[in-house]
Write a protein that binds this ligand. Structure first.
Ligand SMILES: [Zn+2]
Length: 113
């Protein structure tokens, strides 16, 4: 899995597809989301603001009122692409090895991501 925590990604399928977003419909702007956690073993990611489920929490401890909380549920990594700030789009990533150091690059423009 090429995506890790704190990466910026673009959702390409499902209801959170960037093409359904207001940014895209109004301005043709691709919305990038931050990866909150990555689970390479299961090929899943938790992405900020994506696949948000609403849970009703029972009153407990300090939170005596309980209430509704929003939680991001994990999605498959195949549903997203890495966001390239230079292309301003979701892109395929590759690796470049230079002086024995491996860096992740955008396959489109060659920028490091
Ligand atoms: Zn690029």
């Amino acid at each position: 899995m090429k995506i890790k925590k704190d990466d910026m990604v673009v959702v390409i399928t499902g209801k959170d597809n960037y093409k359904n977003s207001k940014d895209w419909l109004d301005n043709k702007k691709v919305t990038a989301h931050k990866v909150l956690s990555a689970d390479p073993k299961n090929g899943k990611l938790v992405v900020e603001g994506v696949s948000v489920a609403t849970k009703h929490q029972k009153p407990q401890g300090q939170n005596k009122d309980g209430g509704i909380i929003k939680v991001e549920t994990p999605i498959y990594a195949s549903k997203v692409m890495l966001y390239c700030p230079k292309c301003k789009a979701g892109v395929r990533a590759g690796y470049k090895v230079e002086d024995g150091k491996k860096t992740r690059v955008c396959k489109k423009c060659g920028a490091e991501i």
